[in-house]
Design a protein around this ligand. Structure first.
Ligand code: NIG
Ligand code: FE
Length: 414
């Protein structure tokens, strides 16, 4: 494959350490004002000051050279929390929420997630794939080069396995790297209304073994929330998931502080996600166990709730990642730049902390930090050329898409 040399880039990147960046580390970026990088076989060969990078050529000529004209270059976004596999939108429900119905009320009345379940169960594989692919195309335009996608609109063995196959196909047939998460514990399906224990048994005894046999899912997630799954039920599902070789995530303390973050700490989950209502004890439990806090400010925005306490988490030493939560209900958002701008303007993260959250810490949260999330030799050459000089442009150019081009594995894809 061709050797490509990129010159005159203002490079901003977090640097890989042995664990997710926490505390002061979250805001530290390597910066090369007149930087340069070399890409070979889809991976970075060298990144840094022009003279050092040219040294890596060892007399070879690059097959192609690109002059980036002083534009900022950052890692491609890693979106570590989405439900981007669904078959229909729920705009009507959004209007109901604007009129005062709450998200959980709509779910309890058989709408919300359950209405997406009906749509996915009756969609063909092809229709589900086509709808989801169009969502991924939008995320790619906004700079997402790696994306986690959760199942969880099937809620029966057959449809959950089918969703995971569609998610796997998205990874093979779109430019993006896709990380599949099994989330059969997204809600209690209508067939088990009033009998959540029956559904927990199905999850433990049938679904998880079948998901493990299928071999596609890398993580297991659960919606630990009042009226959905209790902390005890979540623990039993997640423990079984771990026995089947899946790594753990928790939708924790999104609406009520049930103790989901504490549970994530006890189980040493890779991440706890949402955390709008997380308590001090939850934050401390996460810090102790090195759990990544995946924050979703566009969901708080769309639910008209206060943002998660990102500053407190950073100051206490919890590694923070940022995600869109792209889904048809609580947050129909495909834009990581919008998430970064909310993180800076609404959660008071610095632009540097937000960038680490949307790249390297996000990669840790989905188990891909070894090959994504920063501009470093050996990693996938996934990067964004910005229409701006610093990562602050995501907050500065509010509502815009300050991205000139998106590159995946060294190829321009948008
Ligand atoms: O992360 N909270 C649960 N799950 C999603 C919403 C899914 C939906 O409403 O379809 C979330 O907000
Ligand atoms: Fe979610």
């Amino acid at each position: 494959m061709a050797l490509k040399l990129f010159r005159h880039a203002r490079i901003y990147t977090p640097l890989m350490g042995g664990c997710p960046a926490a505390g002061d580390e979250q805001g530290k970026l390597a910066v090369y004002e007149d930087g340069c990088f070399l890409v070979e076989d889809g991976c970075f060969l060298a990144v840094g000051a022009t003279r050092d990078v040219e040294g890596h050529l060892k007399g070879r000529a690059a097959d192609r050279e690109f002059d980036l004209g002083g534009a900022a270059v950052v890692p491609g976004f890693v979106d570590p929390h989405t439900h981007a596999c669904f078959a229909a939108l729920r705009e009507e429900e959004f209007s109901m929420r604007l009129e005062g119905k709450s998200y959980l009320e709509i779910l309890q009345a058989g709408g919300g997630i359950l209405s997406s379940v009906r749509a996915v169960r009756s969609a063909s594989d092809e229709a589900l794939f086509a709808f989801s692919r169009s969502l991924l195309e939008s995320t790619l335009l906004y700079g997402t080069t790696t994306i986690e996608i959760k199942s969880g609109y099937g809620l029966d063995v057959e449809t959950e396995l089918r969703m995971l196959r569609v998610i796997d196909r998205l990874g093979r047939e779109t430019p993006q790297t896709v990380v599949p998460t099994f989330m059969g514990a997204h809600a209690v399906p209508e067939e088990f209304r009033g009998n959540p224990e029956g559904y927990v048994t199905l999850l433990r005894e049938e679904m998880l073994p079948a998901v493990a046999r299928q071999g596609i899912a890398r993580f297991c997630d659960i919606f630990c929330e009042e009226g959905v799954f209790s902390v005890e039920q979540s623990r039993r599902v997640l423990e079984r998931a771990r026995e089947h070789g899946l790594r753990l995530k928790v939708h924790a303390d999104e609406v009520h502080d049930l103790g989901g973050a504490v549970l994530a700490g006890e189980l040493r989950a890779v991440s706890a996600e949402h955390l709008l209502a997380a308590s001090d004890a939850g934050i401390e439990a996460m810090r102790r166990s090195g759990v990544v806090a995946v924050l979703l400010p566009a969901t708080a925005y769309s639910l008209r709730k206060p943002f998660a306490r990102a500053r407190t988490m950073v100051e206490k030493g919890v590694p923070v990642a940022l995600a869109t939560d792209l889904n048809p209900g609580s947050c129909f958002c495909t834009s990581m730049p919008f998430v970064l701008s909310l993180a800076v303007m609404g959660m008071e993260l610095t632009p540097e902390e937000a960038l680490t959250g949307a790249t390297l810490n996000a990669a840790w949260a989905v188990g891909t930090a070894h090959d994504a999330g920063s501009l470093e030799p050996g990693k996938m050459a996934d990067f964004l050329v910005l229409d701006g000089e610093t990562p602050a442009v995501f907050a500065y150019a509010s509502g815009a898409r300050p991205i000139k081009s998106v590159w995946k594995l060294g190829e321009r894809v948008a």
